[in-house]
Ligand binder design. Structure first.
Ligand code: FES
Length: 181
């Protein structure tokens, strides 16, 4: 029996790099039946799998969905949830939703940005810390909220957050020194 059209497409166009993450994306494409109107969902999956949306990934999605790359890039750029640069080793996302904002989230962002010399939305030069902002992350009772490497930190002052990051980086430095002997 002949393979369904979607299976044939995935087989024919599998990513030549052999990067297994593309196989995960292929599964999502298959689940979405290569429907063009599933683009946003697929961009989410791609970002989860790769951590960011590189040109390579965007072009791959465009080809698999038979869409012009400019359209895929346009849609990805429209949503602030998507990022095109690889994040740092640690991701610090400060919630800037209303509840967090009125409780001082802006100071948390500004002072953290100054302490680690990284503008909001970017990654430090050494690639160790990415500072992002987000809209409400759904924990308003804990405002101001920071999501650090996937963990929700409640009622964060700038001092709390800066101390947390410094401690973590110092512990990593100490571990690396110990390993180096
Ligand atoms: S506004 Fe920050 S968690 Fe809702």
């Amino acid at each position: 029996m002949a393979a369904p059209a979607t299976d044939r497409r995935a087989q024919q166009d599998a990513h030549p790099s052999g990067d297994e993450r593309f196989a995960l994306l292929d599964k999502a494409l298959k689940r979405a039946r290569f429907e063009q109107d599933q683009l946003v969902e697929l961009l989410h999956t791609a970002q989860e799998v790769f951590g960011h949306l590189s040109d390579d990934v965007l072009i791959y999605l465009a080809r698999q969905l038979r869409l012009p790359p400019s359209r895929v890039l346009g849609v990805a750029s429209f949503y602030h949830l998507f990022t095109f640069e690889p994040p740092g080793d640690h991701i610090c996302t400060v919630c800037m939703g209303t509840a967090c904002y009125v409780k001082g989230a802006e100071d948390v962002v500004r002072e953290t940005s100054e302490a680690f010399d990284v503008p909001a939305g970017e990654t430090t030069d050494d690639g160790r810390l990415t500072l992002w902002t987000a809209r409400c992350v759904g924990s308003c009772g804990l405002a101001p909220v920071v999501v650090f490497d996937g963990t929700v930190l409640a009622k964060q002052t700038p001092q709390d957050l800066i101390a947390h990051v410094r401690e973590l980086l110092a512990a990593e430095d100490a571990a690396a020194e110990e390993e180096a002997g």
